[in-house]
Design a protein around this ligand. Structure first.
Ligand SMILES: O=P(O)(O)OC[C@H]1O[C@](O)(COP(=O)(O)O)[C@@H](O)[C@@H]1O
Ligand SMILES: [Mg+2]
Ligand SMILES: [Mg+2]
Length: 346
């Protein structure tokens, strides 16, 4: 490949070398195009009249931002007629969006968080789009709607996952199951250019990301781990840790992908019936696939996130992901605590 490899060139090479089916290549191209359009809207900010909230709520009971809905529409519209999809599901839609008509539908399902970290929009801090691609299990039944449970596949079945980050630079980070590539948007060319060829998370770290304001709601294994990190050199971990929290998973995990660290959003007592705040299908699973493909790890404190069999589309999950050694440590703390507290396991 030449020294400047565009996303399109990279995808063509993948198809030529039989690593990526042409239909999947086309799907990724369309998602990337949609991300460029979202980037354009996000960057207009107050000038485009796109800041602020609507009065509507999503299924999680969160007030939708104008840009949440706009980004969702951009992704739906871009992907509807490509022929590569059977259906789409999103954080911003209660039910899956079925590709209309009775014709050979595509082989794939697309699941996305159209705008992650949207509470950051109005204060001009980075946000992103997260997406996951699954294969459609019901290809023969091409006329009717797909059953909702077609989407209920574990993260290990993902054939591709990625995110776009709309920050000082706009980037698309992608895995097709053989490593992680980062592409930076060249705004003059309008193309994503390969800039981060083989993204790898260092195994060890001294940096953590979590919302410390929830400390009083955590369970003992999380408190133990965070106390140990805060104890620094004098504590049992024997080193000083730094903390960062941007409040956009995409941005926090991107930092970890570039320079290491652990990202945590634990279960907490505020909503005891829910396993966590983050969503399994369109936040945790795609980010877990990227993190694992970059040599890191991702668990819910007890098991690998990508092994969880989802029971609902909008299911939530506790998340620990990033540098392997640290994810293994917090997982170990949960597993040590669990046998003594079987009723408290979430
Ligand atoms: O405000 P909190 O509780 O720290 O939550 C931040 C978390 O919420 C999220 O913003 C949820 O994403 P959405 O903006 O897509 O709802 C995560 O990206 C982030 O890690
Ligand atoms: Mg999100
Ligand atoms: Mg969102």
């Amino acid at each position: 490949m030449s020294s400047r490899t565009s996303l399109s060139r990279f995808l063509i090479e993948q198809t030529r070398s039989h690593q990526t089916p042409a239909e999947l290549r086309f799907l990724i191209e369309v998602v990337a195009r949609a991300c460029k359009m979202i980037n354009h809207q996000v960057s207009k900010g107050a000038l485009g009249g796109v800041l602020g909230s609507l009065t509507s709520e999503n299924i999680q009971g969160e007030i939708q931002k104008k840009l949440d809905v706009l980004s969702n529409e951009i992704l739906l519209e871009a992907n509807e007629w490509g022929g590569h999809l059977a259906a789409m599901a999103s954080e911003e839609m209660d039910e899956p969006y079925q590709i209309p008509g009775c014709f050979p539908k595509g082989s794939y399902l697309l699941v996305f968080d159209p705008l992650d970290g949207s509470s950051n929009i109005d204060v001009n801090v980075s946000v992103g789009t997260i997406f996951s691609v699954l294969t459609c299990p019901e290809r023969e039944d091409i006329c009717g709607d797909l059953a909702d449970d077609a989407f209920l596949q574990s993260g290990s079945k993902q054939v591709a996952a990625g995110y776009a980050i709309y920050g000082p630079q706009t980037m698309l980070v992608l895995t097709l199951g053989n490593g992680v590539k980062g592409f930076t948007l060249d705004t003059e060319l309008g193309s994503f250019i390969l800039t981060h060829d083989n993204m790898q998370i260092p195994e060890q770290t001294a940096e953590f990301a979590l919302n410390m304001s929830n400390e009083r709601h955590w369970q003992p294994p999380v408190k133990r781990y965070v106390d140990e990190m805060r104890a620094g050199e004098e504590g049992p971990l024997g080193k000083n840790y730094n903390m960062r929290w941007i409040a956009a998973m995409v941005t926090d995990v991107h930092r970890i992908l570039v320079r290491g660290g652990i990202f945590m959003y634990p279960w907490d007592k505020r909503e005891p019936d829910k396993p966590g705040k983050l969503r399994l299908m369109y936040e945790a699973n795609p980010m877990a696939m990227i993190v694992e493909q970059a040599g890191g790890a991702a668990t819910n404190g007890y098991e690998r996130i990508m092994d969880i069999e989802p029971s609902t589309l909008h299911e939530r999950v506790a998340v620990y992901m990033g540098s392997k050694e640290e994810v293994e440590r917090i997982t170990q703390y949960h597993l040590e605590w669990a046998p003594e507290n079987p009723d408290l396991i979430k």
